[in-house]
Design a protein around this ligand. Structure first.
Ligand SMILES: Nc1ncnc2c1ncn2[C@@H]1O[C@H](COP(=O)(O)OP(=O)(O)O)[C@@H](O)[C@H]1O
Ligand SMILES: [Mg+2]
Length: 396
């Protein structure tokens, strides 16, 4: 394949390792400076120029977009997507992971363990926010920090309030998170490639520092992960839309607590700690996937009038429980089941003989009108406000 590594650091360890791994496997590979692209929307088709010239045809890209150029970098990646060039990490995935709040919001409905987190803007809401995550000590984080910069441990509520107020007064957005004490200055970095963890390490903070980032002097050792950690890492990366990711997790009392998902994970620390060929695994994965560029499925499937995708939920009381997909009547109504989500597992292309269980979620393609009646009513988290009685209320 012909691969472009998008990076502003051609000499960095990770870029060099990826380039060498691609060459060793007989691929044609170039490292292209992300900032030298021009997004060209002047012709009949989306195009890209590089250093002022029309870009030659690439089969795949591997974006290594630094934090300081997220906007331009993701625009370049999105342009490659429009040109049907394969990328393991989509522009959406990269933007989603860049902002710690956005990432936490996206992961929050998927039963992934995360430290309790809250986000407020008004000073008056800060004390209640601190209480919501369990009170001090709390961790305060700048939304877009990296390398441990902008992550602060506040020992008591007053200090926490003062720090938050100071940061907000300089227009910095911060999130407030419960401090996972039991992880004791340690965390796990899992390198996810596709649907597996290819390497993992434990990082331990120096001295009484609580941040275990290597840039903060943390030391590293390779580890074999428990299945719970492996699953949390792979699912987090998948939900974020990243096929190559570094997932950071704390070792909480009740299992993995995902903190962040990095879309351009560094390879030096993890390859040194584990002696594993992570770069090779990434290149092999891209080589295998290159025929499958990202497709906006929902958009493409909605093109025929009246057809679209919807998620149907099997209710406990409904008559679908215990029936197979063949017996469910969906086929007769021209509805195809694409995937079946059961708890945290997914059955792709479920067989007709698969029996349905209560709470199964079916991702379906079909006539929207046929599916409308089967879409669950919007979940209400709280009791509705009571309706006024028909008769006016008279004071006694
Ligand atoms: N809620 C928390 N409880 C305990 N330690 C934490 C918590 N959040 C972060 N840390 C520590 O601080 C480090 C940096 O936090 P992280 O959110 O990953 O920010 P960064 O993007 O700067 O790496 C983590 O690797 C971890 O060691
Ligand atoms: Mg981190």
């Amino acid at each position: 394949m012909k691969l472009a590594i998008l990076s502003r650091a051609p000499r960095a360890y990770s870029t060099q390792r990826l380039r060498t791994a691609a060459l060793d496997r007989g691929h044609d590979v170039k490292v292209l400076n992300t900032l030298r692209f021009a997004i060209d929307l002047s012709g009949p088709e989306p195009d890209l120029q590089f250093r002022g010239r029309t870009l030659s045809d690439y089969d795949a890209i591997l974006p290594r977009i630094g934090n300081s150029i997220t906007y331009f970098g993701t625009a370049v990646v999105r342009q490659f997507e429009q040109m049907d060039v394969y990328t393991p990490n989509t522009a959406n995935g990269i933007s989603n992971s860049r902002d710690k709040l956005r990432a936490t919001q996206i992961l929050s409905r998927h039963q992934i363990g995360m430290p309790a987190t809250t986000f407020v803007r008004n000073r008056a809401d800060v004390p209640a926010a601190i209480e919501r995550v369990g009170g001090a000590p709390v961790v305060i984080k700048l939304l877009e920090g990296t390398q441990g910069i902008g992550v602060i441990l506040a020992p008591d509520n007053k200090v926490a309030e003062a720090i938050i107020e100071t940061l907000q007064s300089t227009s910095q957005n911060v999130l407030i998170q419960s401090f996972v004490k039991e992880s004791k200055g340690r965390d796990i970095r899992a390198l996810v490639v596709g649907d597996r963890v290819v390497a993992a390490m434990r990082r331990t903070a120096q001295g009484d520092e609580f941040r275990s980032n290597v840039h903060r002097g943390g030391s590293v050792e390779g580890v074999t992960l428990d299945p719970a950690f492996e699953q949390a890492a792979v699912r987090s990366a998948q939900i974020m839309g990243l096929r190559v990711a570094g997932v950071d997790m704390l070792e909480g009392a009740d299992g993995p607590q995902v903190m962040e998902v990095n879309s351009s994970p560094g390879l030096e620390g993890i390859e040194a700690a584990t002696k594993l060929d992570v770069a090779g695994a990434i290149i092999d994965y891209i080589g295998n996937q290159v025929a499958f560029p990202e497709i906006d499925v929902r958009q493409r499937l909605t093109v025929s009038t009246g057809y679209g995708v919807a998620e149907l939920v099997v209710h406990g009381s409904a008559d679908l429980v215990g029936k197979t997909i063949a017996e469910s009547g969906l086929e007769e109504r021209d509805i195809t089941v694409l995937t079946l989500h059961r708890g945290t597992s997914v059955i792709p292309n479920p067989r007709r003989r698969t029996a349905l269980e209560a709470q199964d979620r079916l991702l379906c393609f079909g006539k929207l009108e046929e599916m409308r009646s089967m879409i669950p009513e919007r979940r209400r988290r709280r009791a509705k406000v009571r309706k006024l009685p028909k008769e006016p209320i008279h004071e006694a």
